[in-house]
Design a protein around this ligand. Structure first.
Ligand code: FEO
Length: 406
């Protein structure tokens, strides 16, 4: 049975929620599910924007047929070839061989890579700024390379001022019946998931996201229809502002995120003492145990906070496994413009401080505080002045950041 919602009078959401997926892309936990969005425009021509993941293609196919109500499918616009949006391409084109696939040359190449050369009978290749008249609506196409793959393009409906934004402006989390961001308390219930989605999926490509935001700023946008998460029709500027911040690697919170990897609790103890000392100095803190919290959540928090402290046991002469994974994840997501300090522990030869620094120091515009606290098994009374000095340095640095922000 179909399950659709109207975005506007002639634009219908034909996507679906997936609440059974454990790991999105095999890496990111999605305990609250994820939506795969597809939209059908009913004009003189009918236009389907993208398809969905294989997991939900059955209900998607029913949705499309219901929304078409017996009409032919004239155009199938493909914005992005990652299989969470393109897997149902074969099914749709089998049912609608009359459809003309609208895409750019790179997308066409990827269609061949994924499905072989014979999948599409008719293809209309479009370039930046090309227009497609569908009747009342005219679409134009803008390239958005690396948001999130190189072939990505977005569409803009010149008539209703709707941006079909591909992966941009998406969020993790099933829609649960709501379609519009203004139907939920987005800031309270979804912003953290939107940040986790952005930072982990496209966080590496800040420059390319900035390029897309620049193009978007040149047109009036009354609505954003992303491939995951809610449709935006209110407070669009606020969400774009978040994307500006995230893509420029600007922190949202002036405070200290402490991530620690502790085998027997002694490194954790030092991290806790530092957190208390920071709170005593009026500094906001957040803490994560890297062995318990998924890397994707800590990466998102690292994008959120201005100052980062990494505390790790030495393990097999290296950084403890979960911390090593986190730091490499942060580095591969291109995080920039943070102030960072380290705490190392090791019962006979602590080396994790130096090794953690080697991963983080090469990142752009990182300020590494000189004071690395080195613990031999457990923090001693004699090291408290050193730890307090680190708290002082972090507090002073966050205060300076506050002043420069004001
Ligand atoms: Fe939602 Fe890059 O695919």
């Amino acid at each position: 049975m179909y399950c659709t919602r109207n975005v506007t009078d002639d634009l219908i959401w034909v996507g679906a929620d997936d609440r059974r997926l454990a790991m999105f892309e095999g890496v990111y936990s999605v305990p609250r599910g994820v939506s795969y969005n597809s939209y059908l425009l009913l004009d003189e021509k009918t236009v389907l924007f993208d398809t969905v993941d294989k997991a939900v293609e059955s209900v998607f196919a029913e949705n499309v047929e219901h929304a078409l109500s017996g009409r032919d499918l004239d155009y199938l616009v493909i914005h992005h070839m990652e299989p969470d949006h393109s897997a149902a391409l074969r099914l749709i084109l089998a049912r609608h061989p009359e459809a003309t696939v609208v895409c750019n040359a790179q997308i066409e190449k990827m269609i061949h890579q994924f499905f072989g050369e014979n999948l599409t009978a008719k293809t209309l290749l479009v370039k930046e700024g090309d227009k497609l008249s569908c009747g009342k609506h005219t679409l134009t196409f803008l390239s958005a390379p690396m948001v999130h793959w190189p072939e990505v393009m977005v569409s803009y409906d010149l008539t209703d001022k709707i941006l079909f934004s591909a992966d941009a402006f998406g969020t993790f989390g099933a829609l649960n019946g709501a379609l519009f961001a203004d139907e939920v308390d987005f800031s309270r219930d979804y912003l953290d998931e939107a940040r986790r989605y952005y930072t982990n999926i496209v966080g590496k490509y800040g420059v390319q996201v900035q390029a897309l935001l620049k193009k978007a700023a040149a047109v009036q946008i009354d609505m954003i229809c992303p491939l995951h998460g809610f449709v935006w029709r209110e407070n669009i500027g606020e969400y774009i502002e978040k994307y500006q911040k995230w893509s420029k690697y600007e922190p949202e919170v002036n405070g200290v995120m402490i991530a620690y990897a502790s085998v027997y609790g002694n490194t954790e103890n030092a991290a806790n003492i530092l957190a208390c000392a920071l709170r005593d100095r009026g500094v906001k803190t957040q803490m994560f145990d890297t062995s318990v919290t998924a890397s994707s959540e800590i990466v998102a928090a690292a994008f959120q906070f201005s100052h980062l402290v990494f505390a790790s046991a030495t393990y097999n002469m290296g950084v403890f496994i979960s911390m090593d994974e986190l730091l490499r994840d942060i580095a591969s997501h291109n995080l920039q413009n943070r102030t960072v300090a380290f705490i190392e522990n090791g019962s006979w030869a602590p080396t994790s401080g130096k090794l953690m620094r080697e991963i983080i120091a090469p990142l752009k515009s990182m300020t590494i505080l000189e004071q690395t606290i080195s613990i031999k098994s457990s923090l001693t009374d004699g090291q408290l002045p050193e730890l307090n000095a680190l708290a002082d340095a972090l507090a002073e640095s966050t205060n300076q950041a506050k002043i420069s922000n004001s």
